[in-house]
Design a protein. Sequence first.
Lengths: 290, 337
Amino acid sequence: MDLATFGVQLLNAIQYGMVLFLVASGLTLVFGILGIINLAHGAFYMIGAYLAYWIATYTGNFGIALLGSVVIAFGIGWLMEAFLVKRLYGRDHLAQVLLTFGVILVLDELRQLLFGKDVHSVPPPAWLSGTIQLTDNLSYSIYRLAICAFCLIVAAIIFYVIRYTKIGMIVRAGAENREMTRVLGIRFDVVNRYVFAVGIALAAFGGAVVAPISTVFPGMGDGMLILSFVVVVLGGLGSIAGALIGALLIGLTDTFGKVFFPGVASILIYVLMAAVLIWRPNGILGRREI
Amino acid sequence: MNMQSDRQWWFIGAVCLAAAIALPFLVPAYYAQFAAKVFIMGILAMALNLVVGHGGLVSLCHGAFFGLSGYVLALATPGYDPAALWWTLPLALLVTAFAALIIGALALRTRGIYFIMVTLAFGEMLFFLFFDNQFAGGSDGMFINTKPELAIAGYQLFDLDKPITFYFAVLAALVVTIAVLSMLVRSPFGHALAATRDNERRVRALGFPVFQIRLTAFVISGALAGLAGYFAAAQFGFVVPQMLGWHVSATALVMVLIGGLRSVTGPLLGALVLLGLEEVLKATTEYWKLIEGIVVIVLVIAMPSGLRQLLPHVLGRTTKPAPPAKSEATQGGGAHG
């Protein structure tokens, strides 16, 4: 493998890892603050992609599509917390798993009703649709670079908000010691609703942003759900930095696995997960329990 | 449970068994086939409930054990000849038990929400193993052209290709599953398992090997899910990777929830209710999954203890104390939010 090919694969790995990070950070944020496991997270990734496709076909503007799908997903997330997830606090994990599974069934069927089950593709915005010529026969899509940039910006915003703002302080305090934070007068019902909506919006953003480079298809949510889970298991539940490490590890493992060991590439990330489970059962940056 | 109600449950069980034996002679073949499907999914849901209800571990990879066992049968069936039941069934159970041992040993290093995610991920690993590779038909799956038979020295004892034989074989598997699970739950092992669910630290402090207890339950539960998968593959006549997918596990969990977590046979009732509902919905609307999803959501919110919650209302006074309103099955670690 020459240097240019290696560079391209490395960029692919980072781009893939960054999208994974965005989606998984939504999942881990919701778990860290609400203590809820949301199986429908992947379904919102799929919905985000379909919304982007739908809005892009009507408006012809990918920027509006991206924004619109995130805003709509935020709204759905807000409503979902207010009407469903709210009732799960204090319930066991089985209730969380099954309620969110029910939401998946509903979302899948609604998607079927609204958009059908066809596979779609979305054109990237014109000014990002070209390629960069790396060598004579090797080029790289500008849009893929733009994804890296998008995701880095969003990741930076997440880190900034969590680390340096008052909202971030509340979120961190809530993840650390919920009761104490409540006693100090923080309205958790409000915090929960926004955190959940932001988590869902992140999933939809991930789906919308990859729509131009991958096809939009009904089963895309399931695969993403599993990958986000693996990211969270690798990185440590509730840890945003852990999610970043986990996502980049999976991006690298998957991309280079496909290059070097095409036969077993789909198994490799699970081998990685098994190894981390043996080494650190609570994830690379996870806290120890019991 | 006192002697009085114990005897009552034996009586109800005997009546149900008698009805199940009489069923294929009384109703059209379609309904007997439907009943066999209910029994098969009931075995899966009851097997799952050993770890979920009694062990407090929400597993999302039992669909993978279910499908894996089906694939063992498909791969062991030689072309157009029937597979021999006497070795393919034990082989299928052995393979699923082994898979459960490996996955369980890794997944049980975690608990709570982690356990759910890890079992889901490993289950999907098995899914992709069969989906991406061509040795078992890839994404198209495989046909099982003839159902297995039991023959001794060339003389055919019974042939699962006959619907009536198949029905009774499944019924026998169901009875064995109920017997095994009932004995397990009442044994010292079952009590230890329930104790690890209720208070892991205390059980550990008392010197019980928590990990081994949970792993044993997980392996037994996985093997029984394999029993269901073997018959499911034989009934459908084909296997596809979706059989291993986590939606199967989640559907079985819904059955567990409907039937109630704390009884052995509850999930069987759950299977009957859910499959019956699906049957009715499929006949009435194209978008039956939408209704099913809404039903699941409403069930979780309104009936945390399953249909048993309705029992006091139906019977007036009950012979059993009312089940606890809030199940604290998986209270253990994990939820440090």
